[in-house]
Design a binder for this molecule. Structure first.
Ligand code: NDP
Ligand code: 8X3
Length: 253
């Protein structure tokens, strides 16, 4: 029986790369995202390329009832989740706090914090009943530092860092390992979402230096997920070589 990994936000970017990397390395996948077409395309790619089994979930992590029903309705075999990757997340806007857009704040808090909690609340009991599991939360350099206009996004990722530590303590008796990966800048759809579809603003974020690729994060996940059971990689902070902190980027412009 292959190990099963559930990845949220697998319809793009880091989540998609993580799904491909784990499939390449023998995992069966449950892939979740709101964009059904992207999930279907990824599912076909994984099956065609790696011959792995894939279970598709069309899921908005912000809706607890939907998350609960989706996990409860998984076929019994697919409930044996070995690895949960809490990856779904986003930044919206860069307004300073006094000009903050309430809807943007709600989207970030509801997705990055509450969504992560909702999925964990439904999957962790399944792991606890089997007395094994690994949960990997995708944090960020924004979970370690704050930067101008990052206010609420940084707050959500600081929350992810704290929740990760709390989860690790609570899940210890159940033999469930909890890890966090905190990336610096990764070129994905992230900035396009942050700048609400403004392609040129999104591209400027990655001007003049080589950002991380989604696959770099997938490599870190694979490392965590393939350690022997007595080894827990608690935290990985992974940055582009040209980025020393959230604000310090060596751009060759
Ligand atoms: P992308 O925008 O490329 O991907 C984000 C993924 O999250 C998509 O698959 C999207 O799927 C999913 N998602 C967003 N909202 C929801 C929701 N409500 N319910 C379910 N899925 C949702 O960005 P990244 O791949 O870069 O981001 C992935 C994670 O990595 C995020 O948590 C982000 O904060 C974090 N991160 C990103 C960094 C970067 O520089 N790119 C750096 C550090 C951390 P869909 O729209 O189909 O629902
Ligand atoms: C995403 C990277 O630098 O925008 O978490 O915080 S950053």
């Amino acid at each position: 029986m292959n190990k099963i990994a559930l990845i949220t936000g697998a319809s793009a970017g880091i989540g998609e790369a993580c799904a491909l990397k784990l499939a390449e390395n023998g995992f069966d996948l449950i892939i979740a995202g709101r964009r059904e077409k992207n999930i279907k395309n990824l599912s076909k790619k994984i099956q065609d390329t790696y011959g792995k089994e894939v279970f598709n979930l069309c899921l908005d992590v912000r809706n607890y009832k939907e998350v609960e029903k989706t996990i409860n309705d998984l076929p019994e075999k697919w409930k044996n989740i070995d690895v949960l990757v809490n990856n779904a997340g986003l930044a919206v806007g860069v307004s300073p706090i006094e000009e903050g857009v309430i809807d943007d704040w709600d989207r970030m808090i509801d997705t990055n914090v509450k969504g992560l909690l909702y999925v964990t609340r439904c999957v962790s009991p399944l792991m606890a009943s089997r007395k094994k599991g690994l949960i990997v939360n995708i944090s960020s350099i924004a979970g370690k530092e704050a930067y101008p206009g990052g206010n609420v996004y940084c707050g959500t990722k600081h929350a992810v860092e704290a929740i990760t530590k709390g989860m690790r303590i609570d899940l210890l008796p159940h033999n469930i390992r909890v890890s966090s990966i905190a990336p610096g800048m990764v070129e994905t759809e992230f900035s396009l979402v942050r700048f609400k579809g403004d392609q040129s603003k999104a591209e400027q974020v990655y001007n003049g230096f080589e950002p991380l690729k989604a696959e770099d994060i997938a490599e870190s996940l694979l490392f965590i997920a393939t350690r022997p059971e007595h080894v827990s990689i608690n935290d990985i902070l992974i940055m582009p070589s040209a980025q020393a902190s959230a604000r310090d980027v060596n751009r060759k412009l």
